[in-house]
Design a protein around this ligand. Structure first.
Ligand code: GAR
Length: 207
């Protein structure tokens, strides 16, 4: 059984997609051991509570340094025998120590086709605002392993989504979630639970 720690900051729709995926059998042999939010009152915490999942708020504001904050999270995660950390809309930048500690065992969902519209400053709605500003016709979502950089780790799975002429950032965000994020994140978790994801020379493959 693969045990997950899901880290969240806000809406929790990707967390909900994981919960639903486990319930429906799309994600097999997997359970959520813990949800951590950096924000008090995040809707994602309510989703976790409703599903009867252990959920904590660990705020960076309560710690003197990023390292101390990350260490507090590591302690909570490691107590629970977690095999995979999932960043599901987690908007805090993690230390190199944290990403090294979970090397090959930490994934992120990003709302664009990496390497476009990613890196520092590209998160949440901002990604879709930039996509519309640039006028690209295809965007999408990416699930990737997390390394010490921002959105630089090996890409596991991507799905394209069309940009429509009348899109607002909010409409586009929703379409990217519905047509890509909520599908590929559960798919990757199921693949990892069944040992179907490999990394060779920094390139990830689903086999
Ligand atoms: C999602 O679109 C996710 O891809 C994005 O934040 C949103 C969170 O929504 N993540 C990033 O931008 C990370 N760089 P959710 O809380 O409803 O899952």
């Amino acid at each position: 059984m693969l045990r997950l720690a899901v880290l969240v900051s806000g809406g929790g729709t990707n967390l909900q997609a994981i919960i639903d995926g486990i319930e429906s059998g799309k994600i097999r042999d997997t359970e959520i051991a813990l949800v951590i939010s950096n924000k008090e009152g995040a809707y994602a915490l309510k989703c976790a509570e409703k599903a009867g999942i252990d959920a904590l708020c660990i705020s960076p504001k309560a710690y003197d340094s990023g390292e101390a904050y990350d260490q507090a999270m590591i302690e909570e995660i490691d107590q629970r025998g977690v095999g995979l950390v999932v960043l599901a809309g987690f908007l805090v930048v993690l230390s190199e120590e944290f990403t090294k500690h979970y090397a090959g065992k930490i994934i992120n969902i990003h709302p664009s086709l990496i390497p476009s519209f990613c890196g520092n400053g590209y998160y949440g709605l901002r990604v879709h605002e930039e996509v519309l500003k640039r006028g690209v016709k295809v965007t999408g979502a990416t699930v990737h392993f997390v390394d010490a950089g921002t959105d630089t780790g090996p890409i596991i799975l991507q799905k394209p989504v069309a940009v429509e002429r009348d899109d607002t950032p909010e409409i586009l965000q929703r379409r990217v979630m519905e047509e890509a994020e909520w599908l590929i994140l559960p798919e990757v978790i199921d693949a990892i639970a069944h040992d179907r994801v490999r990394i060779e020379d920094k390139i990830a493959y689903v086999i």
